[in-house]
Design a protein around this ligand. Structure first.
Ligand code: ADP
Ligand code: 5GP
Length: 184
């Protein structure tokens, strides 16, 4: 089975996905390719495969992606077919952490095999605060992410379900329940 997570940046998607990954041993994260530089403690092959623009374009030509997006101006992100095969060979369920457009595309691609989950912030103001608090992006990047969030929220109805990440512990419990129900 496939679990797709999308959210405006800063809503808490990585926090929830990491919690879910630690809560069960039959789930595995699909590592995407990106052309952005590693942030903080990120490691190549763990959070992303960090590759150059030329390498990304070569892989598009080779038809190596299920989907890819130019998520932020000049920065590509893409889901590798080889990741899905690698994880399915082990008999694990696949977890995707992708942007909102990518989430909609992956849901169309996998259909009923997939549960698409939209993680929503309680408000745009709170999202802004969390991005500042995370302290991983420049003020310009934060502005870009907040501006994008307003349009991303409009796509929420295209997802199978939404989790509003207000109180973190409550959101975690809701997530575990929804995933258990789906995987049953
Ligand atoms: P995303 O992966 O969606 O960009 P993160 O998981 O990195 O978001 O979360 C953004 C920031 O908000 C992090 O600093 C995280 O610790 C914090 N955060 C996540 N969930 C909550 C919550 N429910 N309440 C307050 N802060 C949160
Ligand atoms: P970040 O730079 O914060 O890691 O990620 C920025 C955005 O790109 C996030 O919304 C993340 O989910 C999205 N993203 C990561 N990998 C992929 C991918 O393979 N495809 C798409 N479409 N988006 C991705």
């Amino acid at each position: 089975m496939i679990l797709i997570f999308s959210a405006p940046s800063g809503a808490g998607k990585s926090t929830l996905v990491n919690y879910l990954l630690n809560s069960r041993n039959d789930l595995e994260f699909s590592v995407s390719c990106t052309t952005r530089a590693p942030r903080g403690q990120e490691q190549d092959g763990r959070e992303y495969y960090f590759i150059s623009n030329d390498e990304f374009l070569r892989r598009i030509q080779n038809d190596e992606f299920v989907e890819y997006e130019n998520v932020y101006a000049g920065t590509y992100y893409g889901t590798l077919k080889s990741e899905v095969e690698r994880i399915e060979k082990k008999g694990h369920h696949v977890i995707f952490d992708v942007d909102v457009k990518g989430g909609i595309n992956l849901k169309h691609y996998f259909g009923d095999r997939a549960l698409s989950i939209f993680v929503a912030p309680p408000s745009i103001e709170e999202l802004h605060k969390r991005l500042i608090g995370r302290a991983t992006d420049s003020p310009e990047k934060i502005q870009e992410r907040v501006a994008k969030a307003a349009t991303e929220l409009l796509d929420q109805p295209q997802f199978d379900t939404t989790i509003v990440n207000d109180d973190l512990n409550r959101a975690k419990q809701e997530l575990i329940q929804k995933v258990s129900d789906f995987l049953l």
